[in-house]
Design a protein around this ligand. Structure first.
Ligand SMILES: [Zn+2]
Length: 442
């Protein structure tokens, strides 16, 4: 028997398609050819901050065992399916497929890690393909080879989650999705926190349905396959479901965030976790976005909490100069209009500076709060007429309405990779031992 890892990426475009759908079709086809699956299909989200990506940046890997004599058929089936379903006429859609045999070398796993946290080059991917006798097929610029190889390398041996994705029938694609919203609320009540990111409680918005023209009807995320399966059975769809499949993923694991020791190590396009002290008074710009600067001995960076981040933006508004925070998010390079900026996904409050409010002194004769007679001219009591040029304003420490905890962008603006609050403490440290791959196709 031959072990085979099949990675592919970059088949979709903003106007059509979904690489996960190709995976779902291929699971059916490879199963019929006689392949057996050694893992759930893996859906690996790569660095969401790479400059050329505007969508989810998800790559796929299918891991199978099969007889040597069907390897050729399998390869042909995969290449044909990618070619037929990719939006090849779209500029910027550059699909790639990678086949790797037997075990996954550590170097490819390290490459995957960098593809999730950093920016990698095509030639690095091609060098690894050659070194480990893998096979790569690229369409157009073939940039998808990078993601395909990364999906193979990310074995999800550490923290991981699951997503059950349902697909629409072709005639419904492009029309509004019809599912019963009350059934999603019911599903959330019955299965959360073993499922997550179902709804945004702030806006009562359903999050399991995407908005675009892709074939996904809805996706349910959760801690284990049985939780997402049970949740799917509670959701009532008012349109036919062509097929569904469960993926094992790095969704909701913060896999993209890398902790650095100082602000001088923050680099454009590298999602980061970094500490700093709020250096200046914050700015609220048009649209309600909050910008503040943090600094340490090594340098400075701006942080941005955009309006859709909801709670994060509200928390950022309360920061004061001198607060010690940990900023987490993608890094936008400096431009002519702004310095390098961390687009916040999370903000941890580590230390709050005292908030000092100055009051006029109380009258030493009658105890009433006095009135100022003008800058440096002293104070006068309105009740008894007492005057003093010696008294000064009194400093009183005011309460800060912030807790020493982590604040996370509201669910509606969380990235695929952002670990939601309900997952803290549920992180997995091992790959699952038993695999019962679960799907339904027509
Ligand atoms: Zn008085």
């Amino acid at each position: 028997m031959t072990r085979m890892h099949i990675g592919f990426d970059d088949t979709d475009s903003p106007r059509m398609g979904c690489t996960t759908y190709i995976a779902a079709i291929l699971v059916e086809k490879l199963h019929k050819l006689g392949a057996s699956f050694t893992d759930y299909p893996n859906l690996v989200r790569l660095n969401p901050n790479v400059p050329w990506k505007t969508r989810g940046n998800g790559a796929l890997c299918l891991r199978i065992r099969c007889e040597q004599k069907i390897v050729k058929d399998i390869k042909e089936t995969v290449i044909k399916e990618v070619e037929e379903n990719a939006d090849l006429s779209y500029k910027g859609t550059d699909p790639g497929v990678v086949f790797l045999f037997n075990h996954v070398p550590k170097q490819i796993t390290a490459f995957a890690k960098r593809t999730i946290q950093d920016v990698v080059k095509m030639r690095e991917a091609l060098r690894l393909v050659e070194k480990f006798d893998a096979e790569a097929v690229g369409f157009k610029k073939g940039r998808g080879i990078i993601g395909g190889l990364a999906a193979i390398g990310e074995n999800l041996e550490g923290d991981h989650t699951y997503e059950l994705i349902t697909y629409r029938t072709p005639e419904n694609c492009g029309t509004p999705r019809r599912i019963d919203p009350s059934s999603v609320i019911e599903m959330n009540e019955k299965t959360s926190p073993l499922t997550f990111s179902n709804i945004d409680p702030e806006k009562s918005r359903i999050l399991i349905t995407p908005r675009g023209p892709d074939p996904v009807l809805y996706g349910i995320r959760g801690e284990n396959p049985s939780a997402v399966r049970r949740a799917h059975e509670i959701v009532r769809s008012q349109e036919p479901i062509e097929r569904w499949i469960i993926f094992r993923t790095n969704h909701g694991t913060d896999a993209h965030l890398r902790t650095v020791d100082s602000l001088s190590e923050v680099e454009p396009f590298n999602p980061v976790v970094v500490r700093g002290v709020v250096a200046e008074d914050l700015k609220v710009i048009t649209g309600g976005h909050v910008i503040f600067t943090i600094q340490d001995k090594s340098g400075k960076a701006d942080c941005a909490a955009y309006e859709p981040t909801g709670i994060l933006q509200a928390v950022a508004r309360k920061l004061l100069r001198g607060d010690l925070v940990e900023a987490c998010g993608g890094v936008r390079p400096a431009s002519s209009t702004h310095p390098m900026t961390i687009n916040l996904e999370k903000l941890r409050i580590l230390k709050l500076a005292p908030k000092v409010v100055l009051f006029n002194p109380k009258c030493s004769q009658c105890g009433k709060r006095m009135k100022s007679m003008g800058s440096k001219k002293g104070f006068r009591c309105k009740r008894c007429g007492f005057r003093s040029s010696k008294l000064e304003k009194v400093a009183v420490e005011d309460k800060r309405n912030l807790r020493m905890e982590i604040y996370i962008t509201s669910p509606r603006s969380q990235r695929h990779l952002t670990k939601p609050l309900c997952r803290y403490g549920r992180e997995k440290s091992n790959a699952p031992k038993q695999m019962i791959v679960d799907w339904h196709f027509p």
